[in-house]
Ligand binder design. Structure first.
Ligand code: SAM
Ligand code: SF4
Length: 321
């Protein structure tokens, strides 16, 4: 079992399989980065799988594939199948913008993927174009329909921003509720790569807007999920991810791997250690030692919110969010 210096059990690995993306979201990658990681520096799926085995053997029981946009990487279904065949009970999920999902959902499901999270920030085509930098909404919604059709469980992530999509939180929630998909509103996290003018809605503002239409009860946290949950009388539940809240990091159980093999203990900070060298020379013990060291050095808290609040310099498209 992997336990950090603050007694948190780390059993969740997020794997970014590429930093590249077909969207240019204003809060994540508004401009194409100056350089991409050269393809030859990426770990192959076989190499990434070697590290998945190390992590599973050390106690990881949940793996999420993310990016950049994970569906841009060829052979993703084969990677998913490798993990599934090694440990069918692993909670195997993916976060995607869904643009390419329509043609991929069935293959991913067949390979062993159980759940996906899709980013839907708006249901208005022009707003989607403003946020993502291109006309994406039709493909995204068709991707979601296909995922539901093939039997994948779907959750939706929305980042509410003032003067952009804040007026749509009820519409997006209703879209999800009708399809029995849960929704999580993610507070915009300030970072050096996002558009400067963005102002995110904080959870108090979100709750105020939602309470103009709904009655709900505060259910608090559920296990190690970062969401603060609320439930309507009819049983439907929504979540808010509040990284600015003082107690947000208390139950954090996750570490992140980039596509070039950097293992990152916290989404906020720049610190990382490479497992790439060890994996490339087949040094499984070495990779396990790096994993344990990264878990040991996991910081207690991020620095969003509070008196010393700062914007992060980490790119979300690199860490996978
Ligand atoms: N491309 C995929 C997608 O968009 O779902 C996966 C990668 S994306 C980096 C993962 C998640 O990070 C998305 O739900 C996205 O909304 C979220 N995200 C990116 N930048 C963010 C920011 N500045 N604040 C809050 N959430 C952010
Ligand atoms: Fe791409 Fe996802 Fe970042 Fe948007 S949030 S730019 S879809 S990685």
């Amino acid at each position: 079992m992997l336990i950090d210096s603050y007694d948190r059990v780390v059993d969740y690995l997020r794997v970014s399989v590429t930093e590249r993306c077909n969207f240019r979201c204003n809060y994540c990658m508004p401009e194409k980065p100056f350089t991409w990681v050269p393809k030859e520096n990426l770990l192959s799926f076989e190499e990434l799988f070697e590290f998945m085995k190390v992590s599973i053997d050390e106690g990881v029981n949940k793996i999420r594939i993310t990016g950049g946009e994970p569906l841009l990487r060829d052979g993703l279904d084969k990677f998913i199948k490798m993990i599934y065949d090694y440990e069918p009970n692993i909670d195997l999920a993916m976060t995607t913008n869904a643009y390419l999902l329509k043609g991929a959902a069935q293959k991913l499901k067949n390979a062993g993927l159980k759940r996906i999270n899709v980013s839907i920030d708006t249901l208005i085509s022009e707003v989607a174009q403003d946020i993502a930098g291109k006309d994406v909404l039709k493909n995204v919604l068709e991707g979601v329909d296909e995922a539901l059709k093939v039997g994948l469980k779907v959750k939706v992530n929305m980042v509410p921003m003032k003067s952009v999509n804040a007026n749509e939180i009820i519409d997006v929630l209703e879209y999800c509720k009708k399809r029995d998909m849960s929704i999580r509103f993610i507070e915009y996290m300030e970072n050096a790569h996002a558009k400067k003018e963005i102002q995110g809605l904080k959870s108090t503002e979100l709750l105020e807007l939602l309470s103009t239409k709904y009655e709900f009860e505060d259910e608090g946290f559920d296990g190690s999920s970062p969401s603060h949950y609320y439930r309507f009388k009819d049983g439907y539940r929504f979540g808010i991810i509040e990284p600015y809240a003082d107690d947000f990091c208390k139950q954090c159980n996750r570490i992140r791997l980039t596509a070039e093999g950097q293992l990152i203990p916290c989404l906020y900070f720049d610190e990382a250690m490479s497992i790439g060298e060890a994996i490339k020379r087949g040094d499984i013990k070495g990779a396990a030692l790096v994993l344990k060291e990264v878990v040991r050095t996991k910081p207690e808290k991020n620095r969003w919110g509070g008196e010393d609040s700062e914007s992060s310099t980490r790119a979300f498209y690199e860490t996978g969010g």
